[in-house]
Design a protein around this ligand. Structure first.
Ligand SMILES: *Cc1c(COP(=O)(O)O)cnc(C)c1O
Length: 468
């Protein structure tokens, strides 16, 4: 017998229009856009109509709104969301790499409207995009000229294509690397239209290997920073000076993909020394490429420095137009480069360097302050301990250097299901309005506090665990 309309809960569900009139939905509409919320609300009502039967209680309006919110959280599609990076990896590619300094954020906002990005205010004619940063980059690297493209992968593509399309490029077998996230040297070579010529062996390559590889169709020599892996032990690489001699002896350019490309000598902070772009140029490289958002600490960009002639050739390649950066990137990059003029400001204001150089005792003190409140918040089923941890710089910078760090180790009490419980907690933390990202090791959730600049704000956000 069909239920009468008065008792059938399906008939008492609100219509889509009525549901959308709920004021509490305004926040969701702001976050997701009206179209997405209406689509999700329609799906929710449809699924309730099939699930409810005559005995069911009809959800109240606030309950429907909560269900809708639940369906939308964790769903992608509202743009990148800020997160707490407590992974211990400072330059984390999946978490947006370098957090930008306040001055760069302000510069991006200021440039967001109309700006003189390609307009010469003096003459009133067309301007050059690169001029907003070229002088700054040249001052910091000693280069004659510089240009900027979308990222370092684009920089490599542009350089190879400009100087060696249809030609051979000898590269040491020890440098044919894959950098996480699908950047592989042999693939990018092919796409640039070059023929890769492998020279030497994985662990040892000699100057004579390059000399023997030179032919009438060689276009350039190319060196790659191995980034996220290291060859140790019985190894030999050809110095940039020797490679420059071979290249120039044949009238060809030498380019070095430096990867992270720090602009300051990290050995000043007790870290292994990385080659600087200025060293690479002084040693004879004609072109050096590096990322804007790795150790440099700026926005995503690929920076190319070198001789005026080589940079001019890059600017004439139509690919440069396809790979160009926008006004927001240029504004942020200029602001970050300006910090490099002043050591004291650099360390206090540039998040990447501040986080990398943060002393472990500082981090431990912060962890000790947080452990109690976090334990209170999580309740009796959890144990929260302060623990020593090892952070990494990330993004291929100094892969073998660990930084002494500290943080919280959270484990479930009780004998069984501890792994599952910790995974569930990790998932809950990812569903917070500002997600908290840690890592799991041996059934413990580890929150490395190296990148935590505001403990009070984190605690406040963790309060969200009480009211799911
Ligand atoms: C990271 C890296 C790249 C890619 O740089 P993106 O800025 O991520 O495009 C290329 N080459 C090397 C050696 C790298 O370390």
């Amino acid at each position: 017998m069909p239920a009468s309309p008065a008792t059938d809960p399906r008939a008492r569900l609100p219509s889509l229009d009525r549901l959308m009139e709920q004021q509490q939905l305004d926040v969701l509409v702001d976050q997701w856009g009206r179209r997405t919320v209406v689509g999700e609300a329609r799906d929710l009502l449809t699924s309730l109509r099939t699930a409810l039967d005559a005995q069911s209680r009809v959800p109240s309006a606030p309950e429907l709104v909560a269900m809708l919110k639940q369906r939308l959280t964790g769903r992608p599609g509202r743009g990148p969301r800020p997160v707490w990076n407590l992974t211990g990896t400072v330059i984390h590619t999946n978490l947006g790499r370098a957090p930008l300094p306040a001055s760069a954020i302000a510069a991006m906002a200021a440039a967001a409207g109309s700006s003189d990005v390609e307009f010469d205010l003096e003459s009133g004619g067309r301007g050059e995009r690169d001029h907003h940063v070229e002088r700054l980059i040249c001052d910091l690297t000693g280069a004659e000229a510089a240009t900027v493209v979308n990222n370092n992968a684009a920089a490599v593509l542009l350089v190879l294509n400009t100087f060696a399309e249809g030609k051979e490029v000898p590269v040491s077998r020890g440098e044919l690397v894959e950098i996480g996230g699908s950047f592989r040297v042999p693939d990018i070579m092919r796409r640039a239209g070059c023929t890769l010529v492998e020279v030497g062996t994985t662990n040892r390559t000699h100057r004579a290997d390059f000399e023997q590889a030179m032919t009438a169709t060689t276009g350039m020599l190319f060196k790659v920073h191995p980034s996220n892996y290291a060859i140790t032990g019985f190894q030999q690489e050809v110095s940039i000076t020797a490679m420059a001699e071979v290249a120039h002896g044949h009238g060809l350019p030498l380019a070095w993909d430096l990867g992270s490309g720090s602009l300051v000598d990290l050995s000043r902070f007790g870290l292994p020394r990385e080659p600087l772009p200025s060293d690479a140029l002084a040693a004879g490289a004609d072109l050096v490429m590096f990322s804007g958002d790795k150790l440099l600490g700026g926005p995503q960009a690929g920076i190319i420095v070198g001789t005026g002639q080589a940079i001019d050739a890059l600017r004439r390649n139509p690919l440069k137009r396809a790979l160009r950066v926008d006004k927001i990137t240029l504004a942020a990059l200029a602001a970050v480069l300006r910090l490099y003029g002043d050591d004291a400001r650099l360390l206090s204001e540039l998040p990447v360097l501040r986080m990398i150089t943060r002393p472990a005792r500082d981090i431990r003190l912060q962890a000790e302050g947080l452990a109690g409140p976090v334990a209170d918040l999580l309740g009796e089923h959890w144990e929260v301990a302060v623990t020593a941890l090892a952070s990494q710089i990330g993004s291929g910078a100094l892969p073998v250097a660990n930084l002494d760090s500290a943080g919280l180790a959270i484990s479930a009490r009780g004998e069984r299901g501890r792994g599952k419980a910790v995974e569930a907690l990790q998932h809950q933390l990812r569903q917070l309005p500002k997600p908290v990202i840690g890592r799991i090791a041996s059934d413990r959730l580890l929150l490395d506090l190296r990148c935590l600049d505001d403990a009070a704000a984190l605690l406040q956000d963790l309060e969200g665990l009480r009211t799911p």
